[in-house]
Ligand binder design. Structure first.
Ligand SMILES: C[S@@+](CC[C@H](N)C(=O)[O-])C[C@H]1O[C@@H](n2cnc3c(N)ncnc32)[C@H](O)[C@@H]1O
Length: 316
């Protein structure tokens, strides 16, 4: 499919009000709004950050992160002394002082400007170089990785991160093509190979959906960084501070849900049954899904789930 290159690349923020409400709700009230230091771990195009800033106090601080240089360039247009952006993976939020943050927001995955820009190679809908890195200044592109990876490694990635039944067939097709005609280098070539290897069709879904999702998650180490950032948020959140995470597929949501569940109870060490349990560190506050109206207006919101938890007071 050809993209209209004159159309601007925009991102429609998902669960805008719901996520910002949850993110700021644990902070004390200050002059003009919520007071304290807040983290937007996934700036994107700044929908949540901008609304958040409009509801924060004059003495608040907002520290945003994004791995994507284009997102960082967009962020640097925000002229607000309370705001700063860091071109880093969000696991770096763990470098903030312990107990210093009133709210951490994560809106996971990729933004529409990333998906809709053929040059970034995220989508099977447009032809472009097979890259898929959020941070193009470091790491390997998908094309580079597929040029040398073993069949079994490729199959494992596509199975584990794409839950693709035909992962082995897709991996074999990629390696066979590499041996016959050289490595796959474009999104269209990969989409065509996958379509030939995936034998059953899921209604309303392109056969390449699962493979593209898997390669993107793998090349950006998305699930590992999510785990690290969740643990880091436990250490930086102050008592009463909020953790609000929007996920877009079951692999992410499972990690967020398990993390919140695990820390929402006292942990007993089975090897030391008489030792005092580790106190609970989070209180789960529930989950929110987009309304029908939001999904109708923005189909990319359809799989979104916002989970919210509050950092509890840890007894001394
Ligand atoms: C869904 S978009 C966020 C959209 C944003 N909330 C808005 O309203 O514009 C996700 C953004 O997070 C960034 N991102 C994803 N994983 C990241 C990570 N591990 N570290 C830093 N940024 C990440 C992506 O580059 C992308 O710009």
């Amino acid at each position: 499919m050809e993209r209209n290159l004159n159309a601007p690349l925009v991102h429609t923020t998902v669960l805008l009000d719901e996520a910002v409400d949850a993110w700021l709700a644990g902070a004390p009230a200050g002059d003009g709004g919520a007071s304290g230091c807040f983290v937007d771990a996934t700036f994107g195009r700044g929908g949540h950050s901008r609304l958040g800033l409009s509801r924060m106090a004059a003495d608040a601080r907002l520290i945003a992160y994004d791995k994507d240089a284009e997102a960082v360039a967009e962020a640097s247009r925000i002229a607000d002394a309370r705001f700063s952006i860091r071109h880093q993976g969000f696991a770096a939020l763990g470098e903030l002082p312990p107990g210093s943050v009133a709210g951490v927001l994560m809106d996971l995955g990729v933004s529409s400007p990333q998906i809709d820009n053929p040059a970034r190679g995220f989508s099977f809908r447009y032809d472009g170089p097979l890259d898929m890195r959020m941070d193009t200044s470091r790491g390997q592109s998908v094309a580079d990785w597929l040029a040398t990876a073993e069949t079994q490694q490729i199959a494992e990635v596509i199975r584990d991160y794409g839950e693709e039944r035909f992962a082995v067939q897709v991996a074999k097709a990629i390696v066979a093509r590499r041996q016959e005609r050289g490595p796959v280098s474009t999104t269209a070539e990969l989409a065509e190979l996958v379509a030939g290897a995936v034998k059953t069709r899921e209604p309303g879904q392109n056969p390449a959906t699962r493979t593209f999702q898997a390669l993107r998650i793998f090349i950006n180490a998305e699930l590992e960084e999510l785990q690290q950032a969740l643990s880091a948020s436990l250490s930086v959140l102050q008592p009463g501070g909020r953790l609000a995470v929007i996920s877009f597929h079951s692999l992410e949501d499972r990690i967020v849900k398990q993390f919140i569940t695990e820390h929402s109870k006292e942990i007993y060490d089975r090897r030391a049954p008489f030792a005092a349990p580790k106190p609970m560190r989070l209180k789960a506050l529930g989950r929110i899904k987009p309304s029908e109206a939001e999904v109708a207006a923005n189909p990319r919101a359809r799989s979104a789930i916002l989970r919210v938890a509050e950092r509890t007071e840890v007894p001394a």
